[in-house]
Structures are given as structure tokens and as C-alpha cells.
Design a protein around this ligand. Structure first.
Ligand code: HSE
Length: 437
């Protein structure tokens, strides 16, 4: 019998407890493992979670879980950095295996947590920290272990994807779409984490470390959220045959790793463009397997609980077979010292929306500057005719270097015929490596 204790009885804690109580027979039938939910610790043990918890399981004392000699696996589902970090370290130093869904903690403090686990020869299960119910951690650790990973593209924040889908399909503005996403319970307690791209970056930190063996490198990610996107840009993207998604991108290019989170235009006929609403998807390209795509629910009590329990079962199997070990930890940040590419060095296609005066010669002045920086034009749209007034002038480029793009835009924005700061969005597709349809 493997005894499990949960700390944090919120949404995911409730889903996890429900699965452990109600699917216990299925797990035992499939694996032969008997898993016992011994304790759940939370300050609030009165609130009705719609679940019948057996007598004696609930406790207000976290030490009933993390210092309890009978408990083999501690499941941290309280979220936040502290006191979650101290509780996890205490459990690891007590020789307990830990399962956590805490992506913010893993991304920012994970190197210390994995070191403590290794020192104590125990495991840290992190399946639930990325893309909820999609088993992307096991894909990278096991399913695709034979591959050199070439690129990963993820839609891994349901709240942002929901907002972008609503803006695209219903033409509603950003703040109304955010309110709807919050009412559905997908947003983080602080929605800034979702809409500014930080939650996506937390998850990308973990995926890139597994994929490329680099240390957890949250502070090296280029992060842009979706708060500056306008309905106008979404509509122009549609006219050009693209959707806008908040993508987590990591790829290995010429011995360097790209790590970036930003709104990205992708051709609307690509499979990943069709991932809408709160759903998540992760596209992984490996050198042996080619392209693969994983799709499902990235948040919510039961999908995330499903991922938590899969880690519990894996660790329980390790305990039964081998007495437990720090299996899988070698994947995190130990295998390579690949350099992270500066954002200025990346190459991408670009969408620009200039606010330019509708006057003869303006396009040639703008295209002249783009040409000076080696930026080729693939398509142009100008909407409306208001002689002498400012109108949107949209340009789609061929592949160009970001540093050149930044310099060109600074020069263009200083022109007297340009009335406002130019909007720009990176475009992935036909000319960029790493993402196919
Ligand atoms: N706020 C996150 C999301 C929850 O919207 O995807 C899951 O990490």
C-alpha cells in the first residue's frame, strides 16, 4: 500500500482527491498498485467540495502530511512560491517523493528543488505543471526519448487562448473576453500571469529544460503577452490567411536555443491554428519521429488531477519495484550548456501595421528603409482612402533578422509621414524552421 498526502485542497486538490477515491479500482486493476489517500491538509477543511472524504483524512496541520512517517508521496497543490517551496523541501529532506502542479515555483526555484530531490534519492513528479491533462512531460521523458528535439510550439495558457478565440470569432474586445475567461475559472488568481505571458513562460521553462537539457532558464525567456493586441490586427491577420495565437516557442537553431513567448501569426490552415477556446496543444518535432501534436484540456480540476495521479502511480510503481529512486530528474537541466539565443538574433517573418499618411510616395519611403535593412516585402494591404490623413498600412515580410527589424521600425517611426508607433507581430510558417502544417 502506497500512502499519499495532499497539501492544498483547492480546485486541483479536489480533482485529485476525487480521482484517487473514485478511480482507485481502475488504477489497481491496471497496475496492481494500491494507493491510499491518507491525508489532505488545508486551512479550510469545512467548505463543501462536493466530495465525500473519509473520516480522519482532512487536517489543518501541514505537518500531518509532510512530516508524517507513514506517507510516501506528498502532493503539493497549494500554488504560489512560499510557503509551498519550504514545504516541498521539507518533504524531500524527510525522504518523501513529491508531486506538484506548481509551474511558477518549478520555473523559478526548480533547480534547487531538483537538487534536493537528487540528494535525497527521491522523485519530483511534474506532469501536472504543464498543459494540465496533456501528458507532455511523459512524451518528452519517455515517448520521444530516442529523438533529438528540434522544436516545440505550445498553446499552453487556456485563458489567453480563450480570449484570442473570442476576439477572433465574436469580435468582442479584450477586457470582455478576459471577464468571460475568469468566470469560467481558468484564469490564475492574478490574471496578469495569464495575459502577460508569464504563466506560458513558466511552462515553457520546464518544457525547454526537458527537451534540450538546459537548466531551468525562466529569466532568459523573451516574454510578451496579449494585452496590446487589437481587434484590428486580428482582422488584418485573418485577411492575410493567418490566426494569432499566444505561442510558447523553443527550438534549437545552429547550436543555440530559442526561448520566447509572444503573440504569433500562424497560417490558418495549420492544425495548431485550429486549437481554440481554453484548449491547449503542444507541437513537438523530433529528428526521428518528425512532427507530433498533443491536444487537450490544459486546466481544470479533473484534467489536471488526471496528470497529478499519473505521477503518483508512476512513483508508486517505482517504490514497489525498486524501493523508489530519483527517476527522471536527470532530464532536468543536466545534459547541455547550449546557449540561449538573444531575441535580436532570431529570424522570423513579420507583420507590420504602419499608421501612415495617405499621400503619394509614403510606401516607397517605408519600403526603402525596410530594403536598407534587408527586409523583403511579401504582401501589402492598405485600407481606406483618406487623402492626407493617417490610415493603416499593413506589410507582411519575408524572413528577416529581429535586430534589423527593430532598427528599421525605429527609423520608420521617426518619419514625418508616420503618425503612430508601428504595431508588429512575429509570423511563423512557410519560411521559418520548426513548424509545419
Ligand atoms: N491559468 C492557466 C491557464 C491554468 O489559463 O491555462 C492552467 O495552468
Amino acid at each position: 500500500m502506497i500512502n499519499v498526502g495532499i497539501i492544498g485542497f483547492g480546485t486541483v486538490g479536489t480533482g485529485t482527491a476525487k480521482i484517487l477515491l473514485e478511480n482507485n479500482d481502475v488504477i489497481e486493476e491496471k497496475t496492481g498498485l494500491q494507493i491510499n489517500l491518507q491525508n489532505i491538509a488545508d486551512l479550510d477543511i469545512e467548505r463543501d467540495r462536493g466530495l465525500k472524504i473519509p473520516e480522519g483524512v482532512l487536517t489543518r496541520e501541514v505537518s500531518d502530511v509532510i512530516d508524517n512517517p507513514d506517507i510516501h508521496i506528498v502532493v503539493e497543490l497549494m500554488g504560489g512560491i512560499q510557503p509551498a517551496k519550504d514545504f516541498i523541501l521539507r518533504a524531500l529532506n524527510n525522504g518523501k517523493h513529491v508531486v506538484t502542479a506548481n509551474k511558477a515555483l518549478l520555473a523559478t526555484e526548480g533547480n534547487e528543488i531538483f537538487e534536493a530531490a537528487e540528494k535525497n534519492s527521491v522523485s519530483v513528479g511534474i506532469e501536472a505543471a504543464v498543459a494540465g491533462g496533456i501528458p507532455i512531460i511523459k512524451v518528452l521523458k519517455e515517448g520521444l526519448v530516442a529523438n533529438r528535439i528540434l522544436s516545440i510550439y505550445g498553446i499552453i495558457n487556456g485563458t489567453s487562448n480563450y480570449i484570442l478565440t473570442k476576439m477572433t470569432e465574436d469580435g468582442i474586445d479584450f477586457s470582455d473576453a478576459l471577464k468571460e475567461a475568469q468566470s469560467l475559472g481558468y484564469a490564475e488568481a492574478d490574471p496578469t500571469l495569464d495575459i502577460e505571458g508569464f504563466d506560458t513562460a513558466h511552462k515553457l521553462t520546464i518544457i525547454s529544460s526537458l527537451a534540450f537539457g538546459i537548466p531551468l532558464s525562466y529569466d532568459k525567456i523573451h516574454i510578451e503577452g496579449i494585452t496590446k493586441l487589437t481587434l484590428q490586427d486580428i482582422e488584418f491577420a485573418g485577411e492575410l490567411g493567418y490566426k494569432i495565437k499566444l505561442l510558447a516557442i523553443t527550438k534549437s537553431v545552429n547550436g543555440e536555443v530559442e526561448l520566447r513567448v509572444h503573440p504569433t501569426m500562424i497560417p490558418e490552415n495549420y492544425l495548431i491554428s485550429k486549437v481554440d477556446g481554453v484548449l491547449n496543444a503542444v507541437y513537438v518535432m523530433g529528428d526521428a519521429v518528425g512532427e507530433t501534436l498533443y491536444y487537450g484540456r490544459g486546466a481544470g480540476d479533473m484534467p489536471t488531477g488526471s496528470a497529478v495521479v499519473s505521477d503518483i502511480v508512476e512513483i508508486a510503481g517505482d517504490i514497489k519495484n525498486k524501493g523508489g529512486s530519483s527517476h527522471g530528474i536527470e532530464f532536468i537541466g543536466k545534459r547541455s550548456d547550449l546557449k540561449i539565443k538573444a531575441i535580436g538574433d532570431i529570424e522570423s517573418m513579420y507583420y507590420f501595421r504602419f499608421t501612415a499618411l495617405d499621400r503619394p510616395g509614403v510606401l516607397s519611403r517605408i519600403s526603402g528603409i525596410l530594403g536598407n535593412y534587408n527586409i523583403g516585402i511579401a504582401a501589402v494591404i492598405q485600407k481606406g482612402r483618406r487623402a492626407g490623413a493617417a490610415v493603416p498600412l499593413v506589410v507582411l515580410t519575408h524572413k528577416a533578422r529581429e535586430r534589423d527589424v527593430q532598427k528599421a521600425l525605429q527609423e520608420i517611426d521617426r518619419l514625418d509621414v508616420v503618425a503612430d508607433r508601428t504595431a508588429f507581430i512575429r509570423v511563423e510558417g512557410e519560411e521559418t524552421e520548426g513548424l509545419n502544417d
